[in-house]
Ligand binder design. Structure first.
Ligand SMILES: Nc1ncnc2c1ncn2[C@@H]1O[C@H](COP(=O)(O)OP(=O)(O)OP(=O)(O)O)[C@@H](O)[C@H]1O
Ligand SMILES: [Mg+2]
Length: 189
């Protein structure tokens, strides 16, 4: 089971989502971009300029999309594309989707870090008017991303920590679980 998280735009949550999905699905995590993953996910996370293609792995690809990245993206069961509602993020996401569509791999677009329903709708309708066949998931602005990376816990682990956190992160986790279920659907591990 291989997944790739890609967006040319920085700061959209690629690393945070990749790390959490890796932990919750018990996958290796590889990245071509610097981050703290090797210290918060010891033995299972690795950063290198050209990550090798291995099974049971999620790839966190930042920045420029080289040929090695395309090869791994093509071998993926799904490509995860986080996108924030900022104008520049939408533009870069459209560029990213254009490049990824040619690979014929299911695309999971995460509309994330939005503050209002209006912002969420604007972002998803902009992308929908440019493309068909995208799968959308919605993650409102939440401290869970920052806390997850800081504590080295997945979103699910973090929400299970106390009864209060379970209530606090309920909407986020319900949508996150829908994402995990969609990613793993019909796959025997
Ligand atoms: N739902 C959300 N709630 C809060 N912050 C979010 C959310 N979604 C995305 N973010 C953003 O996630 C960013 C940090 O995430 P992360 O480092 O994983 O991004 P990245 O795409 O990997 O960036 P880079 O390309 O620099 O590696 C923060 O800047 C924050 O704005
Ligand atoms: Mg990153």
């Amino acid at each position: 089971m291989i997944f790739s998280t890609i967006n040319k735009k920085g700061g959209v949550g690629k690393t945070a989502f990749s790390f959490s999905i890796a932990k919750d699905l018990d996958l290796f995590l590889q990245s071509n971009d610097s981050s703290i993953i090797e210290s918060i996910y010891p033995d299972k996370a690795k950063i290198s300029t050209h990550p090798p293609l291995i099974d049971h792995c999620i790839y966190d690809f930042g920045g420029f999309i080289q040929s090695g990245v395309l090869e791994i993206a093509k071998a993926s069961r799904a490509i995860i594309i986080p996108c924030t509602p900022l104008y520049n993020s939408l533009l870069k996401t459209i560029e990213t989707i254009q490049e990824m569509q040619a690979l014929k791999v299911p695309l999971m677009v995460l509309i994330t870090d939005y503050q209002s329903l209006e912002e969420r709708e604007q972002a998803s309708s902009t992308l929908q008017s440019n493309f068909t066949d995208l799968n959308f998931f919605f993650f409102k602005h939440s401290k869970i991303l920052e806390n997850s990376m800081r504590k080295g816990l997945s979103f699910k682990e973090l929400s299970m920590q106390t009864p209060l956190s379970k209530i606090h992160y309920k909407t986020f986790i319900t949508e996150y679980q829908r994402l995990l279920d969609t990613l793993t659907q019909g796959v025997s591990q």
